[in-house]
Design a protein around this ligand. Structure first.
Ligand SMILES: [Zn+2]
Ligand SMILES: [Zn+2]
Length: 160
């Protein structure tokens, strides 16, 4: 990849945008930035980054092969951030977005849109994605998947 390549997330050159996050030279300052960098990670098959930016207690439940497959089987065309609510509460944020993509395995190139409202949690100054699709083994009274030390019920359960 050329250094001057546009970032998949659409915010300028990759080298000045999501690359430093993917290389772990910088951390995302906001949930929106993390969301953008996760989209770019899908586009560029940076699977480790996707795993490592999911809530700590959810990482072992992630299916690496399925994520890699989803990442590779699509052409990621464009990201549109619809809204960012940086403070849903003290440690949670919301990002609504549309990811435009083409399924590489389809004969006809048809554009699809993945429209999602994602929630993010701040833990020790770092943002993590809360994955609503995972089957969580945690009960409401157990400590939260984000590592906050609060009960799940009083923390991230409200957002997934
Ligand atoms: Zn970017
Ligand atoms: Zn939590």
């Amino acid at each position: 990849m050329s250094l001057l390549q546009d970032c998949p997330c659409g915010q300028g050159q990759y080298a000045n945008c999501c690359q430093p996050l993917h290389l772990r030279l910088k951390i995302a300052n906001t949930a929106e930035q993390l969301m953008r960098s996760r989209y770019s990670a899908f586009a560029l098959q940076q699977i480790d980054y996707i795993l490592q930016t999911t809530a700590l207690g959810q990482q072992t439940a992630l299916d690496r092969d399925a994520i890699a497959d989803w990442s590779q089987s699509n052409d990621w065309l464009k990201l549109e951030v619809i809204q960012h609510q940086p403070k849903v509460d003290k440690t949670h944020a919301l990002v609504e977005f549309k990811a435009h993509y083409c399924d590489k395995n389809q004969d006809e190139k048809q554009q699809h849109i993945h429209h999602e409202i994602s929630h993010f949690v701040l833990h020790q100054q770092q943002w993590y994605f809360l994955d609503p699709t995972l089957d969580m083994q945690v009960t409401m009274k157990q400590s939260c998947i984000c590592g906050s030390g609060k009960k799940f019920k009083q923390c991230c359960a409200q957002f997934i």
